[in-house]
Design a protein around this ligand. Structure first.
Ligand SMILES: [Zn+2]
Length: 274
């Protein structure tokens, strides 16, 4: 009987040793892997509002934005987009880093998102569709949305205010938000080049970054990338759901779209971003 107990304990002890070694090795393997292949994440918001109807699922409520960003701030290093680009150039990307971006240029980016970004001291890049800043007209995908639920583009004055905050980088997002790959080279060039010139004039600063409208692989190609480079942009964002690595193309940076998730759902989705 005693012999049996001893044997069991011995076996148990060995079992726990094996378990400890296994965990140690798994952790070491993960550390080595992370060091060899560091990754970062770039996330993408559109509207920051709480409309009753949101047919394109573009809105995140200010409450959820606050909780999502606070969680990221507490658990990751949030850096300006340009920092991620610098790291990629030097093959020195850092793990557990995140960059925040907003697309289209909705006025609520200034009125709802900026106060939260300021409170949490978080940098962000806002990609603006220049044609709507000039015309003041609703974005074409919003025209069918009831007016009470529709977000409006920023005015020139609002854009200037946003750009003057040290936390914000303004980038271009074409003139009229077309699928660039589907239009002629001349039209693409005009969309890209003009948006840069107009936005630079409005904010009085040079623009370094660009985001392809829609951003999927069906919305831009190498010809588009060459035109973006030719127009003087230093880097560009796509909308491909992948992590950033040291091998990422700085003219097609991958991003994850964020929806109006509460904190629990956000954590769950964010962990799934691979
Ligand atoms: Zn867009």
């Amino acid at each position: 009987m005693i012999k049996n107990i001893k044997q069991i304990l011995k076996r148990f002890h060995l079992f726990s040793m094996a378990k400890k070694s296994y965990h140690f090795l798994t952790k070491a393997k993960k550390n080595i892997y992370n060091r060899l292949f560091p990754t970062a994440k770039i996330i993408l918001y559109h509207r920051i509002a709480n409309p009753e109807n949101d047919p394109h699922l573009l809105s995140v409520s200010p409450e959820n934005l606050y909780l999502q960003l606070k969680f990221l701030k507490e658990n990751f290093s949030i850096v300006p987009l340009v920092q991620i680009v610098r790291w990629i150039r030097g093959r020195k990307l850092k793990n557990k880093t995140v960059a925040i971006t907003f697309d289209d240029g909705y006025a609520d980016n200034l009125h709802h998102a900026l106060p939260i970004l300021k409170e949490l001291n978080i940098p962000a890049t806002v990609f603006v569709t220049a044609g709507n800043i000039v015309s003041g007209k609703s974005f074409y995908w919003d025209v069918e949305t009831p007016e009470a639920d529709r977000g409006r583009p920023m005015t020139g004055e609002e854009l200037k205010k946003l750009a003057n905050c040290h936390l914000i980088e303004i980038g271009a997002h074409t003139m009229s938000h077309p699928k660039l790959k589907k239009i002629s080279q001349e039209e693409q060039e005009k969309e890209i080049q003009q948006s840069k010139e107009i936005l630079e004039k409005v904010i009085g600063m040079p623009l370094l970054s660009f985001a392809y409208p829609f951003g999927g692989l069906d919305s831009f190609d190498n010809e588009t990338i060459n035109l973006v480079k030719k127009s003087g942009f230093h880097y560009a964002c796509a909308n491909i759901h992948e992590r950033v690595t040291n091998r990422s193309d700085i003219y097609a940076l991958p991003r994850y779209v964020i929806r109006n998730w509460n904190l629990e759902k956000f954590k769950e989705e964010f962990n799934k971003f691979i």
